[in-house]
Write a protein that binds this ligand. Structure first.
Ligand code: COA
Length: 254
């Protein structure tokens, strides 16, 4: 499927694994496309009942690949990242996610479109969009306050504060923390347990849990348009340049 997104079928579970550990699993256009193809395959295959998303290496993902983003999104609506967000936000089968290490940006916002999220006690969660001179994406300005409360969501989305695994579990972003030493096996066991349940009951339950879908989709579109515009600004260029020059961005000139 892709060097950086591994796809495996394990009975009724389709597993998608981020496999770009040397770049903290930063997600490129090509990886978004591979993720979408995997989700589309799972949706079309009656044998598959659950998708498991997980990662190799010490990080879940550092979010969007900043090199790809610095190059801009030509046609925002057709960009692989937006195809991925549309696909995952409308996906009807349950998605289980195993988060070890850091989850940044879309590594957090994709969780809001997933169902059962497990994390190691060392995991951290951050959505530093404003630090990047950008705005929230993936419907997170709508979904994150619902998931963890408006105060914590503002801290994450405006200040770029990091949520610890313990806080994420307490706030309700994560279903459960599982020990790091047996994490992959434990998460896979959860995915299989879910896949063994009555499939129609699970699909209907997921549908019922996804409330206000239309509002969320509208918000996601609004965020996406703004996000794509902001990627073209000198402020974002300064952020991207600073990142690869391994220095702090300097906003004093704006
Ligand atoms: N896009 C592109 N490359 C990235 C990346 C990203 N989002 N995140 C990490 N990398 C690359 C680094 O450039 C570095 O590459 P190099 O070895 O060729 O220099 C490598 O991955 C390792 O990252 P490094 O920064 O050295 O690791 P760290 O442990 O010190 O810090 C992070 C990890 C995730 C905290 C830090 O890399 C970071 O802040 N990344 C950007 C996160 C971000 O803003 N994502 C976008 C959200 S919308």
């Amino acid at each position: 499927m892709s060097e950086h997104i591994l796809k495996e079928r394990d009975d009724r579970v389709l597993i998608l694994t981020f496999n770009r550990p040397d770049k903290k699993n930063a997600i490129t256009h090509e990886m978004y496309t591979a993720l979408c193809d995997g989700l589309d395959e799972a949706a079309a295959d009656d044998h598959i009942r659950v998708v498991l998303i997980r990662a190799n290496g010490d990080a879940f993902t550092s979010g969007n690949d900043l090199k790809d983003f610095a190059a801009g999104l030509q046609d925002a609506e057709k960009a692989p990242v937006f195809r991925f967000l549309k696909t995952i936000s409308r996906f009807e089968k349950p998605i289980v996610v195993g988060v070890q290490g850091l989850a940044v940006g879309i590594g957090v916002t994709m969780l809001l479109h997933s169902d059962l999220i497990y994390a190691t006690p060392e995991a951290t969660f951050s959505t530093p969009f404003t630090n990047l001179a950008l705005v929230p994406e993936a419907g997170s300005s709508y979904l994150l306050p619902q998931a963890i409360g408006p105060a914590k969501a503002a801290e994450m989305l405006m200040m770029g504060e990091v949520l610890s695994a313990e806080e994420a579990e307490k706030a309700g972003l994560v279903a459960r923390l599982l020990p790091a030493n047996d994490f992959a096996a434990a998460v896979l066991a959860k995915a299989h347990a879910l896949a063994a349940k009555a499939p129609n009951a699970i699909l209907q339950t997921k549908r019922l849990l996804r409330k206000n879908h239309t509002v969320m989709q509208d918000r996601m579109m609004e965020e996406g348009q703004l996000f794509a515009e902001l990627l073209k600004t000198p402020e974002f260029m300064e952020v991207a340049t600073a990142f690869f020059e391994k220095r702090q961005p300097d906003f004093s000139k704006f």
